[in-house]
Design a protein around this ligand. Structure first.
Ligand SMILES: [Zn+2]
Length: 144
């Protein structure tokens, strides 16, 4: 979560945008598909002591950033175990998530993936509507 008062210098912001390839680190939506700039995500939220340094920053869409809020951990719905959320800088998305058969829902394949899907509400009723259209024109799901 990024507080409205946190300042990210423009050169650092540009580096994060390039590293994240202008995609949300959690739902993979590209800025161009959303039609609005992505936010800077503090992977470890500032309220949990996360700093505004490159190692702790990534891009997130407004929805994922808001849903993530101050969370750092969530429960794996299969085991009930408390698990650290997916870290888009240190972990590889395809190792923790996959797309469902029609490409509209993201599914956790590990405790981390499952906990993150729940914590960020990655398949809420609104968010899966656009991919239903994107799939039909070949824009979704992302292939990498
Ligand atoms: Zn997102």
């Amino acid at each position: 979560m990024t507080s409205p008062t946190s300042h990210v210098p423009s050169r650092l912001r540009a580096r994060i945008q390039a590293q994240a390839r202008y995609r949300c680190g959690y739902c993979l939506r590209h800025q161009d598909l959303l039609g609005m700039p992505l936010t800077i995500d503090h992977i470890i939220p500032q309220v949990a002591g996360g700093q505004t340094i490159e190692e702790n920053l990534w891009l997130a869409c407004h929805r994922c950033n808001r849903n993530k809020s101050a969370q750092t951990h969530a429960l794996d719905p299969e085991t009930g175990e408390r698990i650290g959320l997916f870290n888009p800088r240190q972990q590889i998305l395809s190792e923790h998530f996959k797309w469902n058969q029609d490409g509209t829902h993201i599914l956790g394949t590990t405790p981390c993936g499952r906990a993150t899907v729940i914590a960020l509400n990655l398949n809420n009723a609104e968010i899966v509507l656009a991919p239903q259209r994107w799939v039909s024109v070949g824009w979704w799901p992302p292939q990498d």
